[in-house]
Design a protein around this ligand. Structure first.
Ligand code: CA
Length: 526
């Protein structure tokens, strides 16, 4: 186990200065804008199609895909906020960068190299706005303005921001405030003699799904369609997906469903009233005695999906403002724009919300990249990419040497349709997840996904495997692990899985792996 053995070989890259004539502005190297939203799933971006695309389109985010590339298989190697964000900036798996959990007091070791520290020491002006959520201070930025409240989780309304170390409350709605601050930095804050890297990280559309007041009643008079797997009974996955505490039916609170507390309730009474229904204990609460069973579940889904998509609407508006600013100021041609979610998210598929699982809905991240100089408009990339590839890709485009200890690969050859590299590209992606039981009771697991198959191992309380043929069963409804027809394929996948664990230094004994969860485990109260 090499968890805390952070290699500093990568720092060599950080100090390899790009040859820049100090008397001339450096306008040749590309600018980089990395936009990250929190829990934004592919079906909530209309460029990806899906059942919400026509009713809740995202025309501005779609522009990035229409004028650039769309990834169909950008996979999250640990589907939870802090760990995935750290993968994005270090180019390393979560057991290598060390932030393998979101909760329990573990923080990101900010002395290690990241895209920001490396680009900054190679002459880039750098800034960060919005949600950082690595639980330690941002390093490598000339300017930062991040959410400070609730362990950097942040708030939608009147948020508490930390600006270069100074904490202040600001009036307004998060997505608008972060965008305005980013535009101000682009306009008057940055050193215009240098190329820039701007990271704009929205809190939206994360739980508690609070929309801007202008969208509070958007879609009030209509219903959204239900995903095909909305009423999944978890047959053959009873002890895994079936034990989730993130079901639409039983784990959404009054607060999640935007119910208004009775007047006069204050303090703990008010908080208890709002949290009611979220734990699974009071799942039969209803805002209307006539609403029960399937109808009640459907009603909860409609509240959930509308609030989530209302938050997305504001993100899309703000991405539009940013794109318009770049065009108006002649920055649209030499700026790489990346749009991603920090992992996938369940939007009612399998009856769930939230993330964490290696199942497709949370494993798949949206990823759109626009850079007209080098990337052909409208291309779709189906090869297997991962969050650990983003850091090497950005360094590659900036002309900076990629540190040898980064575990991801530059996606530049895929973006530029280099057939030679495409032919030799990776055939599988490794996954790891550790946080249990809070939140949502998702058993720790690891696994491997190829273009066609997925193998998952749940090792924490019992020893359970799942296997899916994604070509025959894209919704992962039937665990085929014991099907004799697949035994040869499963044996091959296991071999590859163990090989990859060894290669990345994650080949520990199951007992040691269980201890990693126990060390920071947050328990539910009984
Ligand atoms: Ca997230």
């Amino acid at each position: 186990m090499k968890l805390q053995l952070l290699s500093f070989i990568g720092m060599a890259g950080a100090f390899q200065m790009h040859a820049v004539d100090k008397n001339k502005p450096d306008t040749e190297r590309p600018n980089i804008i990395f936009i990250l939203s929190d829990d934004h799933a592919k079906p909530a971006i209309s460029a990806y199609g899906g059942i919400y695309a026509k009713l809740a389109p995202t025309p501005n985010i779609d522009r990035i895909a229409n004028e650039g590339a769309l990834f169909n298989n950008m996979l999250c190697t640990n589907s939870i906020s802090g760990p995935s964000r750290a993968c994005l900036i270090t180019g390393k798996y979560s057991t290598t960068h060390g932030l393998y959990l979101n909760e329990g007091g573990i923080v990101f070791d900010n002395t290690q190299p990241t895209t920001a520290t490396i680009l900054h020491s190679n002459g880039y002006a750098t800034a960060l706005f919005g949600k950082w959520h690595l639980m330690s201070k941002p390093v490598g930025f000339d300017y930062y303005k991040i959410h400070a409240a609730s362990n950097q989780q942040g708030m939608y309304w009147d948020p508490l921001f930390e600006t270069n170390g100074k904490v202040e409350k600001e009036k307004g709605y998060e997505s608008n405030l972060s965008t305005n601050a980013a535009l101000k930095w682009l306009d008057e804050g940055r050193d215009k003699a240098k190329p820039f890297m701007l990271m704009l990280h929205y809190k939206a559309p994360h739980r508690t799904w609070e929309s801007d007041s202008i969208y509070q009643h958007l879609w009030d008079d209509m219903d959204f369609p239900y995903p095909a797997t909305f009423n999944d009974d978890y047959k053959t996955r009873e002890k895994t997906a079936g034990q989730s505490m993130a079901t639409i039916e039983n784990h959404l609170s009054r607060n999640d469903l935007k119910q208004v507390p009775p007047p006069g309730l204050t303090g703990k009474d008010r908080a208890d009233w709002l949290e009611y229904g979220g734990s699974g204990k009071n799942q039969f609460w209803t805002p209307d005695p006539n609403l029960k069973g399937q109808e009640l579940k459907n009603w909860k889904f409609q509240q959930y999906i509308k609030n989530y998509l209302r938050c997305v609407r504001s993100v899309d508006d703000n991405v539009g403002s940013l794109l318009n600013y770049l065009k108006k100021n002649g920055l649209d041609k030499n700026t790489i724009i990346v749009y991603m979610g920090d992992q996938g998210f369940f939007l009612g598929e399998h009856g769930l919300y939230d993330k964490r699982w290696m199942y497709e809905e949370s494993f798949q991240m949206p990823c759109l990249i626009r850079f007209p100089k080098n990337i052909q408009a409208g291309i779709k990339i189906n090869l297997l990419a991962a969050n650990i590839d983003i850091a090497p890709t950005l360094l590659d485009y900036a002309g900076v040497k990629i540190p040898a200890d980064m575990q991801g690969k530059s996606l530049k050859p895929l973006l530029e349709q280099n057939e030679k590299v495409e032919k030799k590209w990776r055939k599988s992606v490794y996954y790891q997840y550790y946080e249990y039981p809070k939140w949502h009771n998702v058993l720790p697991h690891y696994g491997l996904r190829t273009n066609r198959y997925k193998l998952m191992h749940f090792y924490y309380t019992e020893d359970m495997w799942e296997f899916y043929d994604l070509q025959k069963d894209p919704n992962e409804m039937t665990n085929q692990y014991n099907n004799p027809e697949y035994q040869k394929i499963i044996a091959g996948l296991k071999k590859e899985l163990y090989k990859q664990q060894k290669n990345i230094g994650d080949d520990m004994h199951l007992e040691e792996r269980r201890k990693m969860t126990e060390k920071y485990s947050l328990q539910y109260e009984h």
